[in-house]
Design a protein around this ligand. Structure first.
Ligand code: SF4
Length: 384
């Protein structure tokens, strides 16, 4: 029994119609409760909720500050490789796109880490295309072993793995894994994933189950906004979150909101269902009202001005100074980019913007920070 069994009975079009039919009364009911049902969440992502954005943002702000205080975590992605065996029609790394392919050597990984360490980042996200023959389990373990010399927390955004492989990587400090379903629409999923292991909708969908069974600390969920109706995608992402929170209550969860961005060599993929910044704000607030514990993460796909404006209203984690090219921190290049950065500010500029908003930038994941603080305070008070 996995999330696949949970989602299977749902019909995409019926769910979409159910969300579209929500009324202002449904939204007001959702806003008056402390424990949202999935029906309430549907109301909050519906068109009817667009007139309640201010109330949603006010509640989202209050819940976030109560649970997370003024802390905003900063992290950085480090692209190890742009080699990929898959053909996803929306991605610059897809195997038919004629770009130079590369995978970092151990020496290059050290050099990237040293370049990044001009800032006090402690949380690094290692990213690869999906190519198990090159970015193999052993390669990932070696990269993590190197990263442990520089960072306290190492997360991955790589090809989905089996449970025993995640267990193996825990020995190299695996902290979190982000695996986005891209679209929960099972019938339309093949339209975007033409070749490679990623064509297997079910294997990808069940990855968070495997991660939780392996005891990985944190699991990241999300869909690629623009492929399918964003309201329906949000409903199924939330359903996935709720399923996981109920079943694997020890695990932490994270949700991201990647909107489709242009990429080098693009041959005309245009999203059929784009979402505006206002839509994105509605989504962020709805997720926060659904779960006060979930991490909400916003990347540099979004503009600097939007990231600054939305910061108080539910977001708890942002990337800063990101490059989406392998070797991008030592030799910046647009040619190898997975997608085009929208917020091109340096980490120092993002840090200053966070402070200017009255928030406290935190360069590592607060949960591990808390554990270490506890250990430290135990030691400090042991003489009492
Ligand atoms: S989205 Fe991931 S799997 Fe798909 S082509 Fe890009 S790098 Fe490869």
């Amino acid at each position: 029994m996995t999330f696949y069994d949970t989602i299977l009975p749902y019909d995409w079009e019926q769910t979409r119609a159910m969300i579209a039919a929500k009324t202002p009364a449904d939204v007001e009911r959702a806003l008056s409760t402390d424990r949202l049902t999935m029906d309430d969440f549907a109301a909050l992502v519906s068109p009817a909720a667009e007139g309640y954005l201010s109330e949603m943002a006010t509640r989202s702000y209050a819940i976030t500050r109560r649970r997370f205080g003024n802390a905003i975590q900063l992290y950085l992605p480090l692209y190890l490789s742009n080699i990929c065996q898959n053909q996803c029609v929306y991605c610059g790394f897809n195997c038919t796109n004629k770009i130079h392919r590369t995978i970092l050597t151990p020496e290059q990984i050290h050099a990237e880490a040293q370049a990044i360490k001009q800032y006090p980042f402690q949380h690094i996200l290692l990213v690869t295309g999906e190519a198990p023959h090159s970015s193999s389990l052993e390669y990932l373990a070696e990269a993590m072993r190197i990263m442990q010399q520089y960072f306290q927390q190492i997360s991955l955004e790589v090809q989905p793995l089996d449970t025993d492989q995640y267990l193996y990587l825990k020995d190299f400090g695996l902290h979190a894994v982000y695996v986005y379903q891209e679209t929960y629409n099972r019938l339309r999923y093949p339209r975007y994933h033409l070749r490679g292991r990623k064509t297997d909708y079910r294997y990808r969908l069940e990855t968070p189950d495997r991660l939780c069974e392996a005891g990985v600390h944190k699991v990241g969920l999300g869909n690629l906004i623009g492929l399918e109706d964003w309201r329906t995608e949000a409903y199924f992402t939330a359903l996935h979150l709720r399923y996981l929170e109920n079943r694997y209550w020890r695990t932490k969860y994270s949700i991201a909101f990647p909107r489709l961005r242009p990429y080098e060599g693009e041959d005309g993929f245009n999203p059929d269902h784009p979402a505006t910044e206002r839509n994105l704000t509605q989504l962020i607030c709805a997720y926060r009202l659904l779960s006060e514990d979930v991490e909400l993460s916003l990347s540099t796909r979004e503009s600097a001005s939007y990231r600054d404006r939305i910061l108080p209203f539910g977001i708890t984690v942002i990337s800063a100074g990101s490059k989406t090219t392998p070797g991008g921190y030592t030799a910046p290049s647009h040619e190898l980019e997975q997608w085009e950065i929208n917020d091109g500010r340096s980490a120092a500029q993002v840090e200053a913007a966070v402070r200017a908003k009255g928030f406290d930038p935190v360069w590592k994941d607060w949960s591990l920070f808390m554990q270490q603080e506890m250990i430290g305070s135990d030691a400090a008070t042991s003489h009492l």
